[in-house]
Structures are given as structure tokens and as C-alpha cells.
Ligand binder design. Structure first.
Ligand code: TXA
Ligand code: MG
Length: 330
């Protein structure tokens, strides 16, 4: 059931459900999450079951403010303090050393914990209402089945998990791709996943360079969002340059079927069965649309999704990362 997240009674109902160990669909500025009380092992287990996610893949714990970090983490290096000061509330997750005995199941048994303070007003209202009920952290992975496209509307969440789930509607997510993840458990920060915040912005905020050493990433704890094949639509996704797209559409002509195309370049096809959508020229606009576009192509039943390779600029890091992983799953 979808409730209007701007209504106080909906927030109270969702907070009561979470305090009672139930799951709630939660809007954030990035994507919708499937939330549970981070310290309730049975509720957290229900998230893993609902998503079909392996239990050793840790979940992000959402907190109301930086002052809650000490409940879950032991040490916060100076660069992580600077990142929190600059980027919270907002689309940044920090991996920190976990305090023993807290949120163990949510952390997938790792000695570390992923923490994020979301900026979405509905998420903030819900976290405040939860705190008033003694719940100080919400474990919430993206509200999609394991490996699938993240949801950016309340309707997407209902489509993944059915009507029985209480979902707070906070409108379409303004960012549209998941938070950036920085590992702050080593001497230097390591970028595990770019988001709207890319490497350059994070380095400015951290006041030091970010590592992305592949060897280090191999040793890093399991992170679903860093698997080579992830964020995948049902149809096969392929990244192509504009000229390859033009050539392919010319060759297929009126025969093109079961294909959807998302491109910045204007394209034409002689086939009326082809789905053509324009990718915005602006990276932030493209990020906002990305997952909804992939879902709409799946809903239309296409077999192939051809996407024009995004531009090389740093502001496209997050979109490029998601598209490359979706293509790797094909
Ligand atoms: O924007 C977001 O981050 C969204 C919204 C709902 O906040 N959440 C999200 O969660 O994307 P999820 O579970 O789909 O992706 C979280 C990523 C996963 O790749 C997970 O493995 C990684 O964060 N992660 C969480 N805790 C970790 C830890 N202790 N060490 C390493 N990676 C961790
Ligand atoms: Mg996810």
C-alpha cells in the first residue's frame, strides 16, 4: 500500500511498523530503499529474503545525523569527518569500522558498517519518528530484487514487492542513481562506487586523493553495487557509439523489432516497432531518468536495449558506471 509521505500520519504509521519489526519502502534523494530497524536481526533477515540477496552482502544503515555515527562505528578518520561535514545529509555512504554487537546482520557479518544520512525530507521525517520510538538506524538497500534495476518511484517499489508492503511516496527521486560509496576503513579513502558525487567532488570534500586500486577493491568486503554485472534490466543492454547505432538502424530498416534505443544523438528508423528515446545532454538529468527508462523498456517487452555510450566527462561517472554494469550482465 502506497501512502503519501508528506502526511504526518503516514510517517507515524511507517515508524510504528518499523519499530514493530516490519519492512517499509522509503524514498531517498537517490533511489527508494527497503527499510528495516538495523538492530532487529529478524527484520533485517526479512530484507535479504524479500530481495533474494545473499546474506553476506552488507546493507547501508541510514541515520538521522552525523551524531548517530558513534552508535554504529568506532573510529572516523579525519578525511571521513570532512566528507560528512561537506556531503551530509546527502548522497554519500561511508564504510567505517563497526562497533561490536550492533547491526551485525545488517552489516552482513562484516567488521565494517556502511552509514548514510539521507537528505530527502520524507526520509528525514521518518528517521526522526523512528528515533522517537528508540530506532536509531534504518538498514535499507535499494528496493529492488537482487541484481535488478533500482526503483526511483513508489510505483516501482510496489511493482517489485507487491501491494502488501507499506511504501511512503516521496515523488520521483531527484538524483536517480545510488549514493557514492567511500571506504573509510583504511589509511586512505577508497572509492567503491561513484554516484552523483564523482571522484573530483569527493576529493575536494575529503581534502585528499581517493584510491581506486583494483587490487584493493578485490580485497574490499563484498558490495553488490560493485559486482561487474549489476543493475540489469531483463532485456540485454548494449552500449554503442552514435555511428554504430545509425549503421545498425539503417541495416535493419523496417525490420527492427523488439529493440529500444536511448541516445543523445537524434536517430531515425524506418521501423514503427522501434522504441526511440532521447537521453538528456545533461548528466544529472540522464541520471534522474536512467532507471525509469530501463524499466519502461522492460515493461514494453523489448529484447534488446541499445544505449549510446555516455560522454567521457567526470560528471557522467555515475551514469557510465551503472550502464557498464548493466551491459556486463547481458
Ligand atoms: O543511494 C543508496 O545508497 C541507496 C539508498 C536506498 O540509500 N541504497 C543502496 O543500497 O544503494 P544497496 O544495498 O543497493 O547498495 C549498497 C551498497 C552495496 O553494494 C553494499 O554491498 C555496499 O553498499 N555496502 C554496504 N555496507 C558495506 C560494507 N560494510 N562494506 C562494503 N560495502 C558495503
Ligand atoms: Mg542496490
Amino acid at each position: 500500500m502506497i501512502l503519501d509521505g508528506s502526511q504526518a500520519d503516514a510517517i507515524a504509521r511507517a515508524a510504528d511498523a518499523l519499530a514493530a519489526g516490519e519492512l517499509v519502502g522509503l524514498p531517498t534523494e537517490t533511489v527508494y530503499g527497503l527499510a528495516a530497524d538495523a538492530d532487529n536481526a529478524a527484520a533485517v533477515a526479512a530484507i535479504y529474503r524479500a530481495k533474494g540477496r545473499p546474506e553476506d552482502h552488507p546493507l547501508i544503515v541510514h541515520v538521522a545525523s552525523a551524531t548517530d555515527v558513534a552508535r554504529f562505528a568506532t573510529t572516523v578518520p579525519a578525511f571521513a569527518q570532512r566528507l560528512m561535514a561537506a556531503c551530509w545529509p546527502g548522497p554519500l555512504t561511508l564504510i567505517l569500522p563497526r562497533r561490536a554487537g550492533v547491526a551485525e546482520r545488517a552489516a552482513g557479518g562484516q567488521p565494517t558498517i556502511g552509514l548514510r544520512c539521507p537528505a530527502h525530507p520524507v526520509a528525514r521525517d521518518l528517521l526522526a519518528a523512528c528515533a522517537a520510538r528508540g530506532v536509531h538506524g534504518l538498514a535499507a538497500p535499494s528496493a529492488n530484487r537482487f541484481g535488478r534495476v533500482s526503483p526511483t518511484t513508489a510505483a516501482h517499489v510496489a511493482a517489485e514487492f507487491g501491494d502488501a508492503l507499506l511504501v511512503l511516496d516521496g515523488g520521483p527521486c531527484p538524483i536517480g542513481i545510488e549514493s557514492a560509496i567511500v571506504d573509510a576503513t583504511r589509511a586512505a579513502p577508497v572509492l567503491l562506487r561513484p554516484g552523483q558525487l564523482g571522484r573530483a567532488a569527493l576529493e575536494r570534500a575529503a581534502g585528499e586523493p581517493l584510491l581506486a586500486d583494483d587490487a584493493l577493491l578485490q580485497q574490499a568486503p563484498k558490495a553488490s553495487g560493485t559486482l561487474a554485472a549489476h543493475y540489469a534490466p531483463r532485456a540485454r543492454l548494449r552500449l554503442m557509439e552514435a555511428r554504430e547505432l545509425r549503421a545498425a538502424l539503417d541495416i535493419l530498416g523496417s525490420e527492427a523489432r523488439h529493440i529500444a534505443v536511448w541516445s543523445r544523438a537524434p536517430l531515425r528508423s524506418a521501423s514503427s516497432a522501434l522504441l526511440l528515446r532521447r537521453m538528456p545532454d545533461d548528466a544529472a538529468d540522464a541520471a534522474r531518468e536512467l532507471f525509469a527508462v530501463l524499466r519502461s523498456f522492460d515493461d514494453a517487452g523489448v529484447k534488446l536495449i541499445w544505449v549510446e555510450t555516455p560522454p567521457a566527462g567526470a560528471d557522467w561517472d555515475g551514469v557510465r558506471d551503472r550502464l557498464e554494469r548493466a551491459a556486463a550482465a547481458a
